[in-house]
Design a protein around this ligand. Structure first.
Ligand SMILES: N[C@@H](CCC(=O)N[C@@H](CS)C(=O)NCC(=O)O)C(=O)O
Length: 187
């Protein structure tokens, strides 16, 4: 979803292949068998954040240039999203329906909820005046954080019902590219 959102923001043409993990199509491109994968000519990229970063750098949009102070801060938001927010959501998902039942530790989900809430508190402190994490400029960091916000709703994690974080996630959901992505995923 985050990569589709990125492509919609960029306005780039793309084709979606709904190949499943570990299908022959996927394994031919990625021996690990995981999705999503980005195929751009001969290039095959795994890991959704690497895919978004590549697309942003390639098109010179939705990112500050590498090596700038702004890029360092933008990356710190992106890695915060991957580590703290996504880390909590992934661990909860793995212990709910992904790992074999005898491996799952259901009690870990309380820890994940705690970590996610802590992450939202940090995000609120860092968000400042917004409207986006990098101020006036919408970047791929907002896409990764916004995607985690949507994931949290699906995972039934608590999200604020008012205040800066609520407003921020709402602002992200109102973007035409977010809506276009949701339509693509639904349809
Ligand atoms: N960190 C990776 C996660 C990739 C991933 O685990 N994808 C899942 C589907 S959402 C998958 O392919 N699972 C199959 C497996 O782990 O074998 C990313 O952001 O792209």
């Amino acid at each position: 979803m985050r990569v589709i959102w990125m492509l919609e923001e960029l306005g780039e043409a793309y084709e979606l292949d709904p190949a499943l993990p570990h299908s022959d199509t996927v394994k031919a491109l990625n021996p690990a068998g995981t999705v999503p994968l980005l195929v751009d000519g001969d290039l095959v990229v795994s890991e959704s954040i690497a895919m978004c970063t590549y697309l942003a750098d390639k098109h010179g949009k939705l990112t500050f240039p590498a090596g700038t102070p702004q890029r360092a801060i933008q990356d710190s938001f992106t890695f915060f999203a991957a580590d703290v927010l996504e880390g909590a959501l992934w661990t909860a998902a793995k212990n709910t329906f992904i790992h074999p039942e005898d491996i799952r530790v259901p009690a870990i989900k309380d820890v994940c909820r705690y970590e996610f809430q802590k992450g939202l508190t940090i995000l609120e402190q860092r968000l400042g005046e917004g409207p986006y994490v990098m101020g006036e400029t919408f970047t791929l960091a907002d896409i990764i954080i916004g995607h985690c916000g949507g994931w949290a709703v699906t995972a039934k994690f608590d999200l604020p019902r008012s205040g800066p974080i609520y407003d921020y996630f709402k602002r992200l959901r109102q973007r035409p590219a977010y809506k276009a992505m949701m339509e693509k995923v639904a349809g």
